[in-house]
Design a protein around this ligand. Structure first.
Ligand SMILES: CC(C)(COP(=O)(O)OP(=O)(O)OC[C@H]1O[C@@H](n2cnc3c(N)ncnc32)[C@H](O)[C@@H]1OP(=O)(O)O)[C@@H](O)C(=O)NCCC(=O)NCCS
Length: 296
């Protein structure tokens, strides 16, 4: 059934119009209570974004669904991947097929672009199952601190609010090596920065001898390693030495194959499911987790 689009204008690839971008920011603020306009501090939204939206005669964005490029490293191979985000329809416009229409447009655009893999995070998996997406269960990896201590120079705490620190983080994100060869984002800058701002518990530390930024959290008893972005990946022992920490319990939120440490995978509790579609999915046959810094 065709969507009921009376009174609405369809727009694609509209981020070069500041009013339209602000209208999307308002839609996402009203729907999810998240201010993605924070990205204006870092130069705006991901330039690879391809938004599909409907606008009313006042310029209000009433529905949107966006695709963006998110190259993934999977089982040692770089996989051309797309993520989908910013999916929302204002309550008074729901049930008219607008979202179905936007999903079809976005998925069709990805077919033309030749993406091998598609990923999304959702609390409504049933919405995407008819389009071939399946839930990929996520696991974090836990275990004790490594026994060995690596002499390492102390890490420096970074603040995204400091322009010099921000420039350093952006440079290292752009030139990063994948945090895991098994399953990780190969390159994507904007979500890491946005997530750093949205969750004030996230701490960023710079390990200069590795030219790497470590994103981590701690609740006092356990240490959560969220991501590492940089030219090389330090071992877990080197990270803990640089942070001068010796936690009783470690939780790593990505496959730890490059950390010189092994943890036990355990199901990661989350209200959202990671869903994937594409041939590359057959190669994801071990426990994995998408770093929370790449969440979108
Ligand atoms: C979910 C949402 C985007 C649906 O928008 P909508 O315009 O009402 O959807 P449509 O009318 O185009 O319906 C599209 C399809 O999704 C189905 N659907 C709608 N809401 C659904 C839900 N909550 N769970 C599962 N399927 C749902 C419809 O039945 C329809 O199926 P069909 O194509 O087989 O007929 C909208 O309710 C919304 O913005 N919710 C809050 C934000 C949100 O959850 N966004 C998605 C996050 S990933």
């Amino acid at each position: 059934m065709p969507p009921d689009t009376r009174g609405l204008t369809f727009r694609q690839d509209y981020f070069d119009d500041p009013a339209a971008w602000s209208a999307l920011v308002a839609l996402l603020q009203d729907t999810f209570g998240i201010d993605v306009g924070t990205q204006d501090r870092f130069g705006g939204p991901d330039p690879t974004s391809m938004p599909f939206g409907y606008f009313d005669e006042n310029g209000t964005c009433v529905a949107n669904f966006s695709a963006f490029s998110m190259p993934m490293m999977i089982d040692g191979r770089l996989v051309k991947s797309a993520g989908f985000q910013s999916g929302a329809v204002r309550p008074e416009w729901r049930g008219r097929g607008l979202y179905r229409d936007l999903m079809n447009r976005a998925f069709g655009w990805c077919d033309v672009q030749g993406f091998e893999l598609r990923l999304l995070l959702t609390d409504k998996p049933a919405l995407y199952e008819p389009y071939g997406f399946r839930v990929l269960p996520q696991h974090q990896f836990s275990g004790p601190s490594p026994a060995e201590v690596k002499p390492t120079r102390p890490a420096r705490t970074l603040s995204i609010g400091n322009p010099d620190d921000l420039a350093l983080v952006m440079r290292l994100l752009r030139g990063r090596t994948s945090v895991s060869s098994v399953f990780a984002v190969a390159s994507q800058v904007e979500m890491f920065l946005l997530n750093s701002c949205l969750d004030t518990d996230i701490r960023l530390a710079y390990l200069d001898q590795f030219e790497a930024i470590v994103a981590w959290k701690s609740d006092g008893t356990s240490f959560q390693l969220l991501d590492i972005a940089g030219k090389s990946i330090p071992s877990l022992a080197a990270i803990l030495a640089a942070l001068d920490l010796c936690p009783g319990r470690i939780e790593v939120c990505f496959p730890p194959d490059r950390l010189d440490w092994q943890g036990t995978p355990k199901p990661f509790p989350s209200y959202t499911s990671l869903m994937i579609r594409g041939e590359a999915t057959s190669r994801v046959d071990v426990p994995v987790m998408l770093s929370p810094m790449a969440e979108f």
